[in-house]
Design a protein around this ligand. Sequence first.
Ligand code: NAP
Ligand code: GDD
Length: 347
Amino acid sequence: MPKRALITGITGQDGSFLTEFLLNKGYEVFGIIRRSSSFNTDRIDHLYQDPHEPETRLRLIYGDLNDSSSLNQILQRVQPDEIYNLGAQSHVRVSFDVPEYTGEVTGLGTVRLLEAIRTIGLRTKFYQASSSELFGSVVEVPQTERTPFRPRSPYGCAKAYAYFITVNYRESYGLFACNGILFNHESERRGETFVTRKITRAATRIKLKLQEQLFLGNLEARRDWGYAPDYIEAMWLMMQAEEPDDYVIATGETHSIREFLDDAFGYLDLDWKKFVAIDPRYYRPAEVDLLLGDATKARRALGWEPKIGFKELVRLMVDHDLELARQEKATQQIKGALLPQRRWGAA
Ligand code: NAP
Ligand code: GDD
């Protein structure tokens, strides 16, 4: 019998890479998706097969982390061996605009799942997508599993609740539950309102004269950026360990937004200072200035280490987005108009 995994957040960056990873390992994968007025399965469409095929190992089910009854029914029906809780309102800046909603999905969504596991009596493993945002205004550098949490946003506070409730269910009910405290991880599938992808999309569109300017917020913040598929492997390794535990997953290198701009525009032979303008609406009411992780524990206990470094990450994102821009340009030439940078929202 193949193992069964249930993924919340399957339509997101990590959900899509995790689905690929688990299908390659022979799992049956069940994903919870939300109803949307437009298509939201772009990242997993290439994996989806005919649901009537007997060989189909990926199935999508409608549900929501804000809806306990849907979670209960799905867990009863699927009886998964492993649950990966990746679903979240995951945008830090947006969490200041919708703090209560972020608390509901990102915080309480976790206890809804854990309670469903407990009341049904499921013998499943549980992975919680915890975040380096927990460290917030950091009290030490680098940050490890022992560094105290000082979250700086409604998102960080919601993730702190989710982290501790996961530990609590492990300690109270003996559930195999682990927290992956993942530092920022990016890819060619990263959402376009996160800063790395916003930069690589804009730089490549500017290169092809599809866009004239890029509006950003704070350029001084520093992040420990890794490559998402490397981090997916760490999630799975945690779930295969003898005992459940919590792990920091990071590269151990930190770079500023300015350095990301240098590398992304530089790779395209462009000087970003000619194109980037500051728009204060992208500032956050409270900023996380510096993140730098120490993943020694994961290296020792799980044998995990990142394969892709900063420069390679920037280049693979730029290469991917340059191809997208070329396709856009080809369409553009047919339509004959200059598209503005999408500036809706403050993210
Ligand atoms: P993402 O691309 O923003 O994906 C978030 C996923 O959550 C999407 O599939 C989204 O569905 C789903 N979702 C949102 N609200 C939901 C709800 N009410 N019920 C069910 N699903 C809901 O995020 P990601 O970058 O893949 O990150 C995955 C997880 O890791 C998140 O929990 C994030 O907070 C956490 N994390 C990410 C990073 C990082 O650097 N990427 C670092 C640390 C932790 P729709 O497609 O329908 O919106
Ligand atoms: N999004 C965005 N847009 N960020 C900007 C911009 C902009 O125009 N200009 C500057 N920044 C700065 C932000 O102020 C922040 O300091 C940094 O770029 C990174 O922002 P994001 O890419 O939005 O990521 P994040 O670090 O806030 O959050 C991501 O990483 C967390 C892990 O530490 C998200 O993926 C979270 O879900 C995740 O938990």
